[in-house]
Design a protein around this ligand. Structure first.
Ligand SMILES: Cc1cc2nc3c(=O)[nH]c(=O)nc-3n(C[C@H](O)[C@H](O)[C@H](O)COP(=O)(O)OP(=O)(O)OC[C@H]3O[C@@H](n4cnc5c(N)ncnc54)[C@H](O)[C@@H]3O)c2cc1C
Length: 425
């Protein structure tokens, strides 16, 4: 890995002549960072650019979220050499319990109903970022990191795409991937529109310690303001821990976030319902405004979008990053295949295939999460009665339940080879 942070000995050469790569990725978040590892690990010369200093994104105060990583995503992370860096820092999800307010109906998923492997794994985002950094160190000349550096311009011709950085430096490549998240600048520069809306909700995120073990069970409790999820984390320093994603109305969330610690914990305790024993707060509280957005196209010429730059969804089902991982797995397969065949890495059939492959899958998940959020985040009596009856029915129909579990595990559909744990070589 070559590090071109300002002040490093290599930065003057980049300034003078510009940098040339096969693929340039803008955005070193979880999606861009993973894509960089996957491509460079397959011998593709890759440049990764981010406006943030890499050290900032791994600080505990940067991102307090933990992600539910589906079983297929774990196979993908193992196939690209990342999972080994998460040993001891992942918690298998063995069961999921879904409940609605005070209703006696519930939905219970148990991994044992569909096989030996867990339904998924909880991994703290910070641990994922550290694993990406560790993997990058072994990628040698195939990966160059340019950060902090924001992208200011994009131009394309028949052979290449050139990025102009804010400080005047230039990076050219056969293909550029924007993994810049929801506010993707390259998407705007390329004239790609987005459709979407904001939800009147905010996700409050915190890590809690608790006296009783979670037993690998993820709980999703639907309340009128939105889902309240308690997600199992690995024990740390002898403390049982869980990650909370507490969806609140936007107008009341700020009040909860500003509460003194004891009062904040009391609000959490009232929603958890006491089954984890006495609670403690570990680390800071975080908040995330929620919305849905979808890019009108996934590419323009030699530019492609991946992750939240292409699709941002509600976290109700813990699937946003999993979709991003599937984008990365599909892109890697298409790019590696093109290189093996001696084709332009941005050949039109390849970019069109990426759009066809990923768009439908992402759209379906965006729709499902939107409907679930609208259906469950209210206390309208007929709607509540209908959805509770639905929970009870699904819980009793074993084949339907198994199908839903396989969807949550990400093991169905037209999966990229890396997602099935297969090698591209
Ligand atoms: C509360 C919450 C809980 C969630 N839980 C889950 C879960 O359990 N499971 C799951 O699968 N998903 C989950 N998600 C979704 C998931 O977190 C996102 O889908 C994922 O983090 C998106 O990653 P990304 O890399 O695409 O974008 P981002 O994380 O937004 O990263 C974008 C990167 O691009 C950089 N950047 C932006 N613009 C530029 C520029 N112009 N130049 C240079 N750099 C730039 C930024 O600095 C940043 O590093 C959750 C989301 C929320 C809000």
């Amino acid at each position: 890995m070559t590090d071109l942070t300002p002040g490093s000995s290599k930065s003057p050469s980049l300034q003078d002549s510009g940098l040339r790569a096969e693929v340039a990725i803008v955005g070193a978040g979880l999606v861009g960072g993973t894509l960089a590892c996957a491509l460079a690990g397959h011998g593709i010369k890759t440049v990764l650019i981010d406006r943030l200093d890499p050290g900032v994104a791994v600080m505990p105060a940067f991102d307090g979220r933990a992600s539910a990583v589906a079983l297929s995503a774990r196979r993908f992370l193992a196939a690209i050499g990342l999972w080994e860096h998460l040993a001891g820092n992942n918690e298998p999800i063995r069961e999921i319990r879904v409940s609605d307010g005070h209703s006696p109906f519930f939905l219970h998923y148990d991994h044992a109903d569909v096989g030996d492997e867990p339904l998924g794994f909880m991994v703290e985002n910070r641990r994922l970022r550290l694993a990406i950094t560790a993997r990058m160190r072994s990628l040698g000349e195939y990966l160059t990191i340019v950060a902090p550096a924001a992208v200011a311009g994009l131009s394309q011709n028949a052979d290449a795409v050139t990025l102009r950085l804010g400080d005047g430096r230039k990076v050219s490549a056969s293909l550029v991937v924007s993994a810049e998240g929801r506010e993707a600048k390259l998407r705007t520069l390329a004239g790609i529109g987005v459709t979407g809306w904001t939800y009147p909700q905010v996700a409050i995120v915190a890590t809690i310690g608790h006296a009783r073990p979670h037993d690998g069970i993820a709980h999703e409790h639907f309340l009128p303001a939105g889902p309240f999820a308690i997600l199992p984390l690995p024990d740390e320093n002898g403390t049982h821990r869980s990650s909370l994603v507490w969806t609140e109305r936007a107008e009341t969330a700020a009040g909860y976030l500003a509460l003194p610690e004891a009062a904040f914990l009391a609000e959490i305790d009232a929603r958890v319902g006491g089954f984890l024993g006495p609670l403690t707060l570990i680390g800071p509280r975080f908040s995330h405004p929620l919305g849905l957005q979808f890019a009108a196209q996934y590419g323009a010429g030699r530019l492609l979008l991946a992750g939240d730059a292409a699709h941002g969804i509600h976290p109700i089902a813990g699937q946003g990053l999993n979709l991003g991982f599937r984008d990365v797995a599909a892109l890697t397969e298409i790019i590696v295949d093109a290189k093996q065949l001696g084709l332009d890495l941005a050949h039109p059939e390849g970019t069109a295939r990426y759009e066809r492959w990923r768009r439908a899958d992402n759209l379906v998940m965006a729709g499902v999460t939107d409907v679930l959020n609208r259906l469950f985040s209210n206390d309208i009596v007929p709607v509540r009665l209908a959805r509770d009856a639905g929970l009870g029915v699904v819980n009793r129909i074993t084949p339907l339940k198994k199908m839903l579990m396989r969807h949550a595990m990400g093991t169905v559909g037209d999966l990229p080879r890396l997602m099935r744990g297969e090698s591209l070589r």
